[in-house]
Design a protein around this ligand. Structure first.
Ligand code: F3S
Length: 366
């Protein structure tokens, strides 16, 4: 309560509001280290969550960590973190896409979600209401069932602040480039974007990249997202986005000339994306290892795609992701379709990346 009330005071909240779900981050030992382990274990001695709560990826595949080169001491500490969340009653999703694994709030619901890519998706694509929580504040909200009423919980902060007109067709991983570009361009605010027809997975990529390169936690897409009609973009500063801007974003994110492996799934792959990876592997038979990161819940539904990927020598890794597991023990130079991965693999683990579409990455390595 102290944590929530202090945050509310800082941001000028009127009071506390009920939440219908929480999503907590800070589950990977690679990211939170010994201090985080101690923090979570300390909470888990007496605290239990009061609302349905999902949790971000851990730092390894909890079932197949040995096969993916995880050291024993890392695994032991990682298991202690997972056990602490389990004790608190958190649903063991180990996923950064809670909305694709059963925690999918409806329009207008107040939630408290950590994980910037999930929070921006909840606000923008689902029309739920959350601030970009940190791991501890999301956990505090999960335990109390409340959050402070400020920021994106309020109507006035959900209106558009900038108008964006996209004049080039955007598809697949280019949504990630667009998100990176818009984040760099605006830094903060609520963009109102015209000229897109993205799928759910494309909007997932757009938001994840935008939330990485900026403080933006909500966007509208004209004709597509649930609050676009009340976004009020009239009279706002307008920015055009063309093909050159996407190419510039790609050039900025590129840090390697070549790659030793391909890692897909930042954010973790949906069932449809798993199927796409399987089809592209069949078509292009890439010569480098292909690792596809997803959640256990999506893997349950995507068994057939997983069988096809594994038959062609690919690996499907569950519970974790390319950045929060020590993937640097496997490869230094990585092919990715994600702008978020292209930012974090270098900054977290000193890796280098080639960023391109799923198909282009596989085709280059035939
Ligand atoms: Fe998810 Fe890991 Fe990317 S948590 S958004 S796959 S950095």
């Amino acid at each position: 309560m102290e944590l929530l009330v202090t945050l509310g005071d800082i941001y000028g909240a009127d009071g506390l509001i009920d939440i219908t779900s929480a999503h907590v981050s800070g589950a990977s030992y690679k990211i939170i280290g010994d201090a985080g382990l101690e923090f979570v274990e300390d909470f888990s001695r007496s605290a239990r969550v009061r609302v349905p709560t999902t949790v971000n990826p851990v730092g390894m595949d909890l079932g197949a960590w040995k096969e993916t080169g995880i050291p024993e001491d890392f695994a032991l500490k990682q298991k202690r973190i997972a056990e602490a969340y389990r004790r608190m009653g958190v649903t063991e999703t180990w996923s950064c896409v809670p909305y694709q694994v059963g925690n999918r709030p409806r329009l207008g619901e107040h939630v408290a979600w950590a994980e910037s890519s999930a929070a921006i998706f909840a606000n923008s694509v689902l029309g739920a209401r959350t601030n970009r929580e940190g791991g501890p504040s999301a956990l505090a909200a999960a335990i109390t069932g409340w959050t402070s009423d400020y920021g994106l919980h309020l109507d006035e902060n959900r209106r558009a602040t900038d108008r964006i007109i996209v004049s080039t067709p955007v598809r697949g991983y280019e949504y990630s480039l667009l998100g990176h570009h818009l984040g760099r361009l605006l830094g903060a605010g609520v963009p109102y974007i015209e000229g897109l027809e993205g799928t759910e997975d494309e909007l997932k990529a757009l938001g994840a990249a935008m939330a990485t390169s900026s403080d933006i936690s909500m966007f509208h897409v004209s004709g597509l997202t649930p609050e676009w009609e009340v976004a009020e973009p009239e009279g706002l500063e307008t920015h055009g986005v063309g093909k050159d801007d996407l190419e510039e974003a790609k050039a900025e994110l590129l840090s390697a000339e070549d790659y030793e492996m391909i890692a897909f799934g930042c954010p973790q792959l949906s069932e449809l994306e798993l199927q796409e990876v399987a089809e592209l592997m069949e078509a292009h038979r890439p010569k480098v290892p292909v690792w596809a990161f997803t959640s256990r819940a999506v893997a349950q539904r995507g068994r057939e795609a997983i069988r096809r990927i594994e038959e062609l020598g690919g690996r499907v890794v569950l519970d974790t992701c390319p950045e929060v597991m020590p993937l640097d023990l496997v490869a230094r130079d990585v092919g990715t379709a994600s702008a978020k991965a292209a930012v974090y693999l270098p900054s977290l683990s000193g890796q280098r990346v080639v960023i391109d579409g799923h198909e282009e990455l596989m085709r280059r390595k035939r």
